[in-house]
Design a binder for this molecule. Structure first.
Ligand code: CA
Ligand code: CA
Ligand code: CA
Length: 445
């Protein structure tokens, strides 16, 4: 290998860093060398003004009694995404499998342990009465021994615990258990988190190669969504192929736009930038809805914005703390994808993506930053969906806080003219666009 190739390979490893530490250090490229910047202690999260706390001053808020998690108001992103308001529509589902390709997850964390994916082929008893999860046998014959929650591709083992913190934090944003009277809740309070570890600060490893293996595992084991809160500047054909294979399996790939402070339309960042329609690229906003100065942006390549500054979530050892970056924003979008999928299991990745991107809140200052000019809105994505504008045009049964006919999609339905707002038109347009897109896809295939 000549020097240039070696240099390039070396840069690929360095560049393929985790992201989510940017604002803690102001040096994203080196940020993952400094995990001590995490605040691992409970109750040391940022202060948020009372008006951002859950369930205040919104007459349509009707949270269920299950919103008993004591630190729920510490995540300003939940409020600003109307996520708690959406809780009456769906809490998520254990049927939705999300592969979290990251640093592992603290599988004993009280706010995560009940939301881990369980590989059915590696659980229960074997013919000798031993626990399949620990019998040292590849019971389901998938090539991995005792992979009950996922796999560690760093040292090729079933020990997926998190020595870093990043993966545990991401997991909590997506799917910390809600309603357990402990800690926080994820965007989805019920989900199955598949733990795929590609990075460990204690061991030198090939992050890119591990990532590709993890994507292939997620595809093989039928994840419906992949969260990838990381990336690098080097294009990788094998990684592209792995995500294309995931696409063929119907998997939505939610990727961080990156913390390189750059325009991703010009300075490419992968995997977010691969030209595959199952990828959503997410950038990060602060509580004032401004894209973080550290976050990548791009009207052609970055799709949507989500909360990513000082996000309070789970950390290893039953701890909680705040982290900043497009990693965190990505997890918000993944959590929403879980809810959409839970509420409408027959949806293809393309429909899930459409609902995330087309139902958000639009802001003029996001025009120069994202393709949609939007930040995601959990409630809108679900109410639009829940109104059945997606399928038959029939009225939906779930009417949380709204008049039954307000958002009817059926043009024959009588709608209160005062409330027959853009939402109805919006719903129809959305469906027309989606249908046109579907027809296009059929024609292309
Ligand atoms: Ca196995
Ligand atoms: Ca086994
Ligand atoms: Ca909880």
């Amino acid at each position: 290998m000549d020097f240039n190739k070696m240099l390039s390979a070396g840069l690929a490893v360095v560049g393929f860093a985790l992201i989510g530490w940017g604002m803690l250090n102001n040096t994203p490229a080196q940020a993952y060398h400094k995990p001590a910047a995490i605040d691992p202690l409970p109750n040391h999260g940022p202060f948020f003004p009372e008006k951002l706390s859950a369930n205040k001053n919104k007459k349509n808020d009707k949270p269920s009694v299950l919103l008993n998690d004591p630190d729920i108001s510490k995540n300003w992103g939940l409020k600003i995404s109307d996520a708690l308001k959406a809780r009456g529509i769906t809490e998520g589902s254990k049927d939705v499998i999300v592969a979290v390709i990251d640093t592992g997850i603290d599988t004993n964390h009280r706010d995560l342990r009940n939301n881990l994916w369980i590989n059915a082929g590696e659980s229960g008893k074997d013919s000798l009465g031993r626990d399949k999860a620990t019998n040292g046998i590849d019971d389901d014959g998938n090539g991995f021994i005792d992979d009950v929650h996922g796999w560690n591709f760093v040292n090729n083992s079933n020990r997926v615990d998190d020595n870093h913190g990043h993966g545990t934090h991401i997991a909590g944003i997506i799917g910390a258990e809600g309603g357990n009277n402990f800690g926080i809740t994820g965007i989805a309070s019920k989900v199955s988190l598949m733990v795929l570890k590609y990075y460990d600060p204690r061991f030198p490893s090939n992050n890119l190669e591990n990532t590709i293996k993890a994507i292939n595992y997620a595809t093989k084991m039928h994840a419906q969504i992949i969260n990838y809160s990381g990336g690098g500047v080097d294009y990788s054909q094998p990684e592209f192929e792995a995500i294309r294979k995931a696409r063929s399996a119907g998997i939505l790939f939610v990727a961080a736009a990156g913390n390189e402070r750059s325009n991703s339309d010009k300075q490419k960042y992968y995997p977010a930038n691969y030209d595959l329609d199952n990828i959503i690229s997410v950038t990060a906003i602060d509580p004032k809805l401004q894209v973080l100065s550290s976050s990548n942006y791009g009207v052609q390549t970055v799709h949507v914005a989500a909360p990513g500054e000082d996000i309070y979530s789970t950390l290893p050892g039953n701890a909680f703390g705040s982290l900043t970056g497009t990693s965190q924003a990505t997890a918000f979008a993944t959590g929403l994808a879980v809810l959409i999928k839970a509420n409408n299991p027959e949806f293809k990745y393309s429909a899930v993506k459409d609902y995330i991107l087309k139902t958000g809140d639009e802001y003029p200052w996001l025009r120069s930053k994202t393709g949609t000019s939007k930040k995601l809105n959990v409630y809108k994505a679900l109410t639009t969906l829940d109104r059945n504008v997606s399928a038959s045009g029939a009225l939906a049964t779930n009417t949380i806080g709204l008049q039954e006919n307000t958002f009817a999609a059926d043009p024959q339905t009588t709608v209160d003219p005062m409330q027959s707002n853009a939402f109805v038109e919006f719903g129809k347009t959305l469906m027309q666009n989606m249908e046109a897109s579907r027809v296009r896809n059929i024609n292309n295939n």
